[in-house]
Design a protein around this ligand. Structure first.
Ligand code: DP6
Length: 338
């Protein structure tokens, strides 16, 4: 029986992937930089079963929604075509964090799926090959293949667009205190949002300035310059949201001026971070395509940051997940485990 179980962590982008050069290959407009998050992961078991009619996908032991199951099957097709197999698979996948709220579950999910499925078919792929393959499932998944601090090279074509490690997890004790202000899933999937990015009047400006932002954030990260890093990362997140909020489009016949991933509690937290900094706390924020606020601080500030978050009005319904630089995607030995 050919089966394997793999685990991959989500990742948090400091320089964002937003907008694609080629949507079918998930080729990004620009390089991006991220941290792999140790506390938020997906565990996926893939078993190729002779005689099984078609792929069966379970998410947390329940049949996955058809759109997700189709995306998984399409990714299995890529891996089957490399392995010369036509056998259908049973896929059992589980996230230890809520999906669709600004935590990249597609990143951890497609990284884990790529590792488990390729191993179950006996393929011995390099990290680079795994990263290229994971990218085809979901762009940001290529970064979750690597541990610690990671850069995704936009590349010229599919084979040259993959992620590599910038620095290992011990390089810097940077912490992401992720504050999940709601469990509600976002209304616009990232894949759809990417397509609209070029509708923003600020799109050209972003493409002209992104390489200097990238160099700045890379250098601050490598030099462990927290304040320089935090300032740039915050501006980068707000720039991405400015693009999102000005990506006008028709939706079901009605005009929408942009996509709003932030909710009221997101703004409350952003304002609080600015106040906390004025009061001397060393904390910055970033956001992905969702309402979750990722608070960035050094290890020795985690207690203060958590206390500050918990003292905010309305914080009772929030959930925090404290993430440190984590491992790359890996196979789990033996039977299914969590
Ligand atoms: C806002 O990787 O989810 O998190 O390639 O269409 O699957 P697809 O998109 P996805 O986009 C992630 C967008 C982001 C920024 C980032 O992670 O860099």
């Amino acid at each position: 029986m050919s089966h394997a179980t793999a685990r991959a962590c989500a990742n948090l982008a400091f320089v964002k992937y937003w907008g694609k050069r080629d949507a079918s290959l998930n080729l990004p407009m620009n390089n991006s930089i991220s941290m792999t998050l140790d506390a938020a992961h997906t565990t996926t078991r893939v078993e190729f079963v002779p005689g099984l009619e078609r792929d069966k996908v379970l998410l947390s032991e329940r049949p996955a929604r058809p759109a997700f199951a189709r995306r998984v099957a399409a990714h299995l097709d890529r891996i089957r075509s490399i392995g010369g197999s036509s056998e259908a698979a049973r896929v059992n996948t589980h996230n230890n964090f809520p999906a669709g709220t600004g935590f990249a579950s597609s990143a951890s999910g497609f990284a884990a799926l790529t590792c488990a499925a390729s191993s179950a078919l006996g393929l011995q792929l390099s990290r680079r090959q795994l990263s290229v393959l994971a990218r085809l499932g979901s762009g940001s998944a290529c970064r979750s293949i690597c541990a610690g601090f990671v850069e995704w090279q936009a590349g010229r074509d599919s084979d040259s667009s993959f992620a590599t490690q910038l620095a290992d997890p011990r390089h810097w004790n940077l912490v992401d205190v992720a504050v999940l202000v709601t469990d509600e899933e976002k209304a616009v999937r990232s894949s759809d949002g990417h397509q609209l990015a070029s509708n923003s009047p600020f799109w050209q400006t972003r493409n002209q300035t992104i390489s200097s932002r990238l160099a700045e954030i890379r250098q601050a990260l490598l030099e462990r310059d927290f304040h320089r890093f935090g300032r740039e990362v915050e501006s980068e997140a707000l720039e991405m949201h400015a693009i999102m909020q000005t990506s006008g489009h028709e939706n079901g016949g009605a005009w929408q001026s942009g996509i709003f991933y932030m909710v009221a509690d997101t703004l409350q937290l952003i304002n609080a971070v600015q106040r906390w900094r004025q009061a001397g706390m060393d904390v910055y924020f970033t956001l992905d395509a969702g309402p979750t606020v990722h608070l960035l601080c050094m290890e020795d500030q985690v207690g203060d940051v958590l206390q500050a978050v918990n003292s905010l009005e309305g914080s009772q319904g929030w959930r925090t997940i404290v993430c440190r630089p984590g491992p790359g995607a890996r196979l789990l030995p033996g039977r299914d485990s969590d």
